[in-house]
Design a protein around this ligand. Structure first.
Ligand code: B4P
Length: 192
């Protein structure tokens, strides 16, 4: 199974991807996690990304594509993947299509998790308390939501127009949302 998870910051992409990974037995590729690992390692790329991420802006398309290319060069992605956090703008959507075509692959579904902004702000305030992530400050969250509306929402429209979009209600318990995603991507299959 090859899945692309879409949705605003705090919509539950990372949370659900971790569960889907176990269920589908395919790797979870989170561009946010890849970037945070670079920041934690203090690599040149991480140093470049750190401030951009803390502000809630998007890191450059070139850096992201390089990271993604590198990750997809590993054998474990051949059987499938859950891509979380990419693409975040139309240029990245085009780059993903090109990369997958080069690899002779195509994704099965782009799943959008929908959650209203009020609930997103509440969730990320909760994570700020629990984890202290630099980009979960109220100011950065507001900015990330604007960036999402301006740059990522067009990606959703693009996949919708191409008949590749599956919309899933992201509000509810973790189990409820997980079940909805499985029903959407594997209609008729037992969730178990
Ligand atoms: P990401 O790591 O992708 O962060 P995110 O959008 O906040 O989503 P995340 O997956 O972590 O959170 P989730 O919704 O699961 O990106 C961080 C930054 O990295 C970006 O701002 C950007 O700077 C950079 N970046 C990443 N990808 C990039 C790209 N392609 N191009 C350029 N830059 C890029 O969970 C949020 C919270 O909600 C959690 O606390 C969770 O416990 C809670 N939650 C989840 N589901 C819930 C539910 N059903 N009910 C209640 N709470 C729930």
């Amino acid at each position: 199974m090859r899945l692309v998870l879409l949705g605003a910051p705090g919509s539950g992409k990372g949370t659900q991807a971790a569960r889907l990974k176990e269920h589908l037995q395919v790797p979870h590729i989170s561009t946010g996690d890849l970037l945070r690992a670079e920041v934690a390692a203090g690599s040149p790329l991480g140093l470049q990304a750190k401030q951009v991420m803390a502000r809630g802006d998007l890191v450059s398309d070139d850096i992201l594509l390089g990271m993604l290319r590198d990750r997809f060069s590993r054998d474990d992605t051949r059987a499938g993947f859950i891509l979380d956090g990419y693409p975040r703008n139309l240029a990245q959507a085009a780059a993903l299509d090109k990369l997958l075509a080069e690899l002779g692959q195509a994704f099965d579904a782009a799943v959008q998790l929908t959650v209203d902004n009020e609930q997103i702000i509440e969730r990320l305030a909760g994570r700020a308390k629990a984890e202290g992530r630099a980009d979960d400050t109220p100011e950065s969250v507001r900015h990330r939501l604007n960036v999402y509306d301006q740059q990522t929402a067009p990606v959703i429209d693009f996949y919708r127009q191409h008949g590749q979009l599956t919309v899933v209600d992201g509000v509810g318990s973790l189990d409820e949302v997980f079940t909805r995603i499985l029903e959407a991507i594997q209609p008729g299959h037992e969730v178990g």
